[in-house]
Design a protein around this ligand. Structure first.
Ligand code: PGA
Length: 268
């Protein structure tokens, strides 16, 4: 279901003089349609521009999208050798091969199943001695290889409204940096650690400004747990208290939701 011409902003004033845009919102009956739609957008981008630069997320939401992309790569021989990937974030400190590191997630679910040149895959180094220095290195690396053609995002759980690990309080101008995780994020993400006490309290993340520099952005969200955040993102004021609301300052954003995540929008 496509909600066309839907104007999600109830706040007409610009954010600090910047123009607001109306994101496109796609709401599908099932979550598999969300995964298929997101995977097709990524695959089409690669077909159009084989050396596309991507920002890619981790977490539970995009798992199936990666599975579908691997299938497309194998069954339809989609060449991914020249794409460049910048992951959104990584915990710090964490071993690269830790079962819950995002490096491990990406390698096991995507990178090792496609033909990308491994030097074209970038992710903040969770083993770096100094996370601030690592953030600077990552920022420079993104600038040297950018701009990003397509950024794929998820959204944080509950009331966090985070994108990457830009938690509440992250500014519109924030860049790649070491940031502390919100209490709510820590509570939810701890479940993905076999030993919950091993979960780091911080992460190296692309900043809001870094993310918004992408030419196009898609945000995928599934399930009831994302409904409040999606509604706050699209209907509430654009503020640091909901960093995902800054997406409304970007000209080409598509929200791809299942009907559970879009539930509160549909009720308005
Ligand atoms: P999830 O995480 O996909 O596991 O819900 C998304 C996020 O925290 O950005």
């Amino acid at each position: 279901m496509l909600i066309e011409g839907f104007n999600p902003s109830t706040h007409k004033t610009d954010y600090e003089g910047r123009r607001l845009f109306t994101p496109e919102i796609l709401i599908f009956p099932t979550s598999i349609e969300v995964d298929t739609c997101a995977a097709s957008i990524v695959a089409e981008q690669i077909c159009r521009k084989p050396n596309s630069v991507f920002t890619l997320p981790t977490g539970s939401t995009p798992q199936k999208m990666y599975e579908i992309l691997v299938q497309i790569h194998k069954k339809q021989a989609l060449d991914m050798s020249n794409i460049i990937i910048f992951n959104l974030d990584e915990y710090w400190p964490i071993r690269r091969d830790h079962l819950s590191s995002y490096a491990r997630y990406m390698r096991d679910r995507f990178i090792s199943h496609i033909n990308i040149h491994h030097s074209n895959w970038h992710i903040p180094n969770g083993e770096a001695i100094d996370p601030h220095e690592e953030a600077k290195r990552y920022e420079i690396c993104m600038r040297q290889n950018g701009p990003v053609d397509l950024a794929v995002l998820g959204i944080g759980p509950g009331k966090t409204c985070h994108i990457g690990f830009n938690e509440k309080g992250s500014t519109f101008g924030s860049r790649v940096r070491y940031a502390m995780l919100d209490e709510e994020t820590q509570k939810v993400n701890r479940n993905s650690f076999e030993q919950p006490e091993e979960m780091p309290h911080g992460a190296i993340t692309q900043g809001v400004a870094t993310i918004l520099e992408a030419d196009k952005i898609i945000l995928i969200a599934k399930g009831e747990g994302k409904a409040w955040g999606i509604h706050r993102t699209l209907k509430g004021p654009i503020r640091s208290e909901a960093p995902s609301s800054f997406l409304r300052l970007h000209q080409k954003v598509v929200f791809i939701l299942d009907q559970n995540a879009g539930r509160l929008l549909l009720q308005d």
